[in-house]
Design a protein around this ligand. Structure first.
Ligand SMILES: C[S@@+](CC[C@H](N)C(=O)[O-])C[C@H]1O[C@@H](n2cnc3c(N)ncnc32)[C@H](O)[C@@H]1O
Length: 293
């Protein structure tokens, strides 16, 4: 598929992502009232935390999975229409994708929703849509007619799910899905001088430095904007490959260690970059919050 030249509603043309067989329907967001709880029982969830548990020991309850459930149960739920769409999306993702663990956790999605609610970004960028779990969470909190979210994903398959569930959630008018290599999409956005108030970086970890540098070098982050980066403590292994001592480290696979080294390189890159101020939080799989210095 060709990525079409990008223009936003606020620039000279309309634009968006097209896959070969479909284009995004753009509907009006539905009004949403009330609240519902997340319907997938813990045993069927296949989010990052559960996968980490299968890959890395949960010795001493280090992953806090039960606390995670408690946090979900005691946080404000998504509105019914949105919550149901995310629930259905999660179930279908688990059924259809062997790598369903890439989907964000519910607690992380609630945090992203909270972030958008607090900081009220006009324009949000997500790098790494997968089936759209975080996309829906963030879009559900966008307010204002001119606020929107662009999400980048190379794989057309999961985008079909994302598109369908965005419609179900009544949020497709807020979201643009761009299919293609994220670096290429970023360079097109950069050429059009598009800036973002909030950027959620959640694609291939080995390219994090490239995405980050492309964003900063092309001034794609507004002065008050923030970048949130997921998986920066990758399976609890990043501090270990960085040489931080633990008495009884749990061994991880070669592949996890290989990615953990790349994530460590990214974390060091950000730490030594005097253009920004950053903090790494040990939330979920690790989340970095970055703002301009
Ligand atoms: C961890 S998943 C994203 C999860 C998603 N944010 C969510 O909340 O469910 C990472 C995604 O990045 C995509 N990806 C990897 N490399 C990419 C690239 N070069 N360009 C665009 N997308 C890429 C993968 O196909 C995958 O769907």
């Amino acid at each position: 598929m060709m990525l079409r030249s990008f223009y936003t509603r606020h620039l000279s043309s309309t634009l968006y992502s097209y896959t070969k067989h479909h284009s995004l329907p753009r509907t009006t967001a539905c009004s949403i009232t009330g609240a519902t709880s997340f319907l997938i029982p813990p045993s069927q969830r296949s989010h990052s935390t559960a996968t980490v548990e299968q890959s890395v020991s949960n010795h001493n309850n280090r992953l806090r999975l039960v606390e995670d459930d408690y946090c979900n149960d005691h946080s404000t739920s998504f509105p019914p229409l949105v919550g149901q769409a995310m629930n259905d999306l999660a179930l279908e993702t688990i059924q259809e994708y062997r790598n369903a663990h890439m989907m964000n956790s519910k607690t992380a999605a609630l945090l992203l929703r909270q972030w958008v609610s607090l900081f009220r970004p006009r324009r949000v960028l997500e790098i790494g849509t997968f089936t759209g779990y975080s996309t829906i969470a963030m879009a559900s909190a966008l307010r204002g007619q001119d606020s929107d979210l662009i999400s980048l994903e190379k794989d057309p398959g999961p985008l079909l799910l994302a598109e369908r569930y965005l419609v179900q959630a009544g949020l497709s008018d807020k979201v643009t899905l761009l299919q293609g290599d994220a670096l290429e999409s970023l360079s097109i956005l950069a050429k059009d001088q598009v800036q973002f108030d909030m950027i959620f970086l959640d694609a291939d970890k080995g390219s994090y430095i490239k995405y980050y540098d492309t964003i900063l070098e092309n001034n794609m982050l507004t002065d008050e904007g923030m970048i949130l980066v997921d998986n920066v403590l990758y399976f609890g292994q990043v501090h270990r490959v960085a040489g931080y001592h633990e008495d009884q480290p749990t061994p991880a696979s070669k592949n996890i260690n290989r990615v953990a080294r790349k994530v460590d390189a990214f974390n060091k890159h950000v730490k030594h970059d005097n253009r920004v101020q950053s903090i790494i939080l040990p939330l979920f799989d690790g989340l970095t919050i970055i703002k301009k210095a």
